[in-house]
Ligand binder design. Structure first.
Ligand code: ATP
Length: 505
């Protein structure tokens, strides 16, 4: 199956089984806004809990907060979002489609990268074991040409974005002969800047209204509470404040399902450090966050780092953790060294000091900040698209299975009485009652057992417990593992231990 078909199948599977629905679907939906269904809400909660546990529970020096979505409008003046939270947009005059100019160029670079990969794969085949890919990249004229081309496009794009040279950004698109990915036309408008914040009014108009924004990131809620938390929690630097919450961006191009939404959720942590130590902490958090992703048991080649060429207005170093989505490697999480930019800006705009007294140094300073910021919805999509598998079984039949990490699976156990009679449902209910307090369980007695297994495979339930006549005699059941489909006869008392061990691994 090619990646495009895979992605389509993932989207329709998500809808069919109650993971993700288009928002207000009965009115034909709302562009780039989605609702999470009964299984989606579980998966999302499990991702949040896993993040919160690793960031807050497992770090003595990190605490979590929950700040409001609405904030004083000056917050966004101070943070730079009113003036600089823009995307360069460009329209295609023929297809009438709108794109982010930088994304068009990045996608063009990805295509050149694919050509390099193809050349290398070809050479690898030709030269066999003695092949040295790095050497080949340096010496093969065609590959070297591609690499130089990428580097010159990146340099020119960075200059345009840094200096706001929108004319040359358009020229770059023309020079590279970049075509509309949908319509194929090269008939482009000029590039314009577009602010991504949603605004609304607070208070009734009669009272005199006040323009406020829906927060485009959760981070500012942490910065404005920095001193509240530091003082009430008696926090000592280095320390972190974490938060999970909604963010809103009026994205120009809302494509790719829940990858780019207008309303989404972020899991962010701001780590406050002594000035001058930020690069050490930046390196530390890059590694820590990558470890977190890998701890879910997903293949290592699904992730890679991408160091930013264009730094945001607040950062002195930034990298993304990219995930191999069905549409290619794309940003899943950002790690940013934000300097003291935000706290200083808030000091200036509020007139309040946001400093830390360092007892070891015996002086006050504005801390530096290293941020980790992951999109909950992107993590959801990463897990869903990685887990989605169509398998051909030995007996020739097929199954669709979600190989979700057990920790994240919506249901942990399915309880299945073999027959709907002879006291088996009652026994199954009894087992369910024992497990339900600790695990999300689903009871199912409808249809043949094989079909019930398939239904559980399709929603990623790691274990199915079948209750049969022997259960009534000797208190044993069969437990079937989702991925291997192996079945084992165990006593009811062992179930808790087996499930617990799997969820810990
Ligand atoms: P992109 O370049 O893809 O627009 P970004 O660099 O603007 O993303 P950040 O501002 O660093 O993103 O936000 C941190 C994280 O929030 C991202 O890594 C991503 O996972 C998530 N995120 C950002 N925008 C969206 C969105 N529109 N929909 C879903 N998740 C998002």
């Amino acid at each position: 199956m090619n990646q495009e078909d895979l992605f389509k199948n993932v989207i329709s599977h998500a809808k069919e089984y109650g993971f993700v629905f288009p928002s207000s679907e009965i009115y034909d939906g709302l562009s780039a806004v989605y609702d999470y269904g009964q299984l989606g809400a579980e998966l999302k909660n499990n991702i949040k809990a896993y993040w919160w546990k690793s960031m807050v529970q497992m770090h003595e020096n990190i605490v979590g907060i929950d700040s409001a979505i609405f904030m004083h409008p000056t917050t966004w003046k101070a943070s730079g979002h009113v003036d600089a939270f823009n995307d360069p947009l460009i329209d295609n005059k023929d297809s009438k489609k709108r794109y982010r100019a930088d994304v068009l160029i990045e996608d063009h670079i990805t295509k050149i990268e694919a050509k390099i990969d193809k050349e290398i794969k070809k050479a690898e085949k030709r030269f066999g074991d003695s092949f040295d890919a790095d050497m080949y990249k340096e010496t093969n004229p065609r590959v070297k040409g591609y690499i130089d081309k990428i580097s010159s496009i990146e340099k020119r794009m960075k200059r345009c974005l840094d200096e706001g040279d929108l004319e040359d950004l358009k020229q770059l698109i023309l020079d590279e002969e970049i075509a509309d990915p949908i319509g194929g036309s090269r008939n482009w408008t000029d590039v314009r800047q577009f602010n991504l914040m949603f605004s609304t009014e607070m208070g009734s108009v009669a009272e005199g209204s006040n323009k406020i924004y829906l927060r485009p990131e959760t981070a500012q809620g942490i910065f404005v509470n920095y001193l509240n938390v530091q003082k009430t929690g008696r926090m000592k630097i280095p320390f972190g404040i974490a938060q999970i919450g909604k963010a809103f961006r009026n994205e120009i191009v809302a494509r790719q399902f829940i990858f780019r939404m207008r309303e989404f959720e972020q899991m962010e942590m701001q780590f406050f450090v002594k000035p001058g130590t930020e690069m050490e902490w930046y390196a530390y958090w890059k590694e820590e966050r990558m470890k977190w992703h890998r701890s879910l048991g997903i293949s290592e080649d699904s992730y890679r780092f991408h160091d930013h060429i264009k730094l945001a207005h607040y950062a002195n170093a930034a990298a993304d953790i990219e995930f191999k989505f069905p549409f290619g490697f794309k940003e899943l999480e950002g790690i940013h060294s934000r300097t003291d930019f935000d706290l200083k800006q808030h000091e200036e705009h509020s007139g309040k000091k946001l400093q830390y007294f360092d007892p070891e140094e015996n002086k006050n300073y504005v801390p530096y900040v290293v941020e980790t910021s992951i999109g909950l919805d992107r993590m959801f999509l990463a897990m869903l698209s990685y887990a989605y598998t169509e398998e051909q079984l030995e007996d020739g039949s097929e199954r669709t299975v979600l190989k979700l990490p057990a920790k994240l699976a919506p249901y942990k156990v399915a309880i299945l009485p073999l027959l709907k009679k002879d006291g088996l449902p009652e026994k199954a209910r009894e087992i369910m009652a024992q497990l339900q307090e600790d695990y999300m369980c689903q009871y199912d007695e409808k249809d043949a057992i094989g079909r019930r297994y398939r239904r559980q495979d399709a929603i990623g339930t790691p274990f199915a417990v079948t209750v049969d006549h022997q259960t009534l005699e000797d208190q044993t059941v069969t437990i079937r593992e989702r991925d291997s489909m192996q079945q084992e006869r165990v006593s009811i008392d062992q179930l808790d231990g087996i499930i617990r061990a799997k969820l810990k691994s």
